[in-house]
Design a protein around this ligand. Structure first.
Ligand SMILES: [Zn+2]
Length: 311
């Protein structure tokens, strides 16, 4: 064997060794629905719907890689020991499929998880994003935007996309939701509740499962006043408690990427006795100023894709 080939092999071995980005010491994994498209009204497998086979393979691999699985509350409370690889598993929004398809896998592998519940969905109210989709699907986008502009001024600037921009931090979610209700009522439309979400009596008690606050209405928090944020977060907390749940002390921000929550969110959470905020989005910048000022831990979660391996 030539020296050149030896060096090449050594280089290959060194570069193929998993680096930090490949096996992070802290892996906070976020899922939404788990299962097949036909169980989810045609929703395609992607970042919001992971098949049971991929879900199983991802968690199995993490176990094999030596991760310790903790609930998100435990992970926030306990600083990891040197060299310890920690993983948390969370599910946002409250899809029924998580109970039916993901929980058996969690039980088999003995992995704890937290379900972050949007409480209005559990009560059978439609998600405001579905109202946006309805307006678009019916071809009423221009008419709705005209009506909205007459009351509140224009929502979009030239070239902005309605679907995307309606959830942007600069667009007041609550106001948009209320305008959608009035507009759809004028069209004689009441959106049916979605059968995709769990109902309160379906929440399972298990030593592996905890439940957390994902707000009552899933608005973009940074688009709301501090008072409105407090109301939406408190409303979800009250609902969860009324269903016999002691909510996790780590809150999961709707959408969760940079800019969807703000300083006021940290203030509200602090006042309500929360110890952490779970965000989402690989490139989320940790906001050390807010964390420090409010003494809350920011946990950046990784959105799992429908692939057998996470990284
Ligand atoms: Zn969500």
């Amino acid at each position: 064997m030539t020296l050149r080939k030896n060096l090449w092999q050594l280089k290959k071995r060194l570069t193929s060794r998993p680096d930090k980005a490949e096996t992070p010491s802290q892996a906070h994994v976020l899922y939404h629905a788990v299962g097949d498209p036909d169980q989810h009204g045609g929703m395609q497998t992607n970042l919001h719907l992971v098949s049971q086979a991929c879900f199983h393979a991802q968690l199995r691999t993490l176990k094999d890689q030596g991760y310790s699985f903790l609930s998100i509350d435990e992970a926030v409370a306990l600083p990891p020991k040197p060299g310890q690889k920690v993983c948390t598993v969370t599910f946002d929004d409250g899809y029924r499929s998580v109970q039916e398809i993901a929980v058996p896998v969690l039980e088999e592998l003995q992995i704890p998880a937290t379900f972050y519940i949007t409480t209005s969905l559990m009560e059978g109210q439609p998600l405001w994003r579905d109202k946006v989709r309805k307006v678009i699907d019916q071809g009423w986008e221009a008419e709705f935007l005209d009506t909205y502009a007459q009351q509140h001024g224009p929502m979009l600037k030239e070239g902005e996309n309605f679907y995307r921009h309606s959830k942007a931090p600069g667009t007041p979610s609550k106001q948009v939701d209320e305008a959608l209700d009035t507009f759809l009522a004028g069209k004689g439309i009441t959106l049916a509740s979605s059968a995709l979400y769990l109902t309160p009596d379906e929440l399972k008690e298990s030593p592996l499962l905890t439940y957390g606050n994902h707000t009552h209405r899933h608005y973009t928090l940074a688009s709301l006043s501090e008072q409105e944020q407090a109301e939406d977060i408190q409303a979800a907390e009250n609902k969860l408690k009324s269903w016999g749940i002691t909510p996790s002390r780590v809150f999961a921000a709707p959408f969760g990427n940079d800019g969807t929550y703000n300083e006021a969110t940290f203030g509200v959470l602090k006042d309500l006795g929360y110890v952490g905020l779970a965000s989402c989005g690989g490139k989320t910048v940790r906001n050390a100023t807010f964390e420090k000022r409010f003494g809350l831990t920011l946990t950046n979660r990784f959105l799992a894709a429908n692939e057998p391996a996470l990284w």
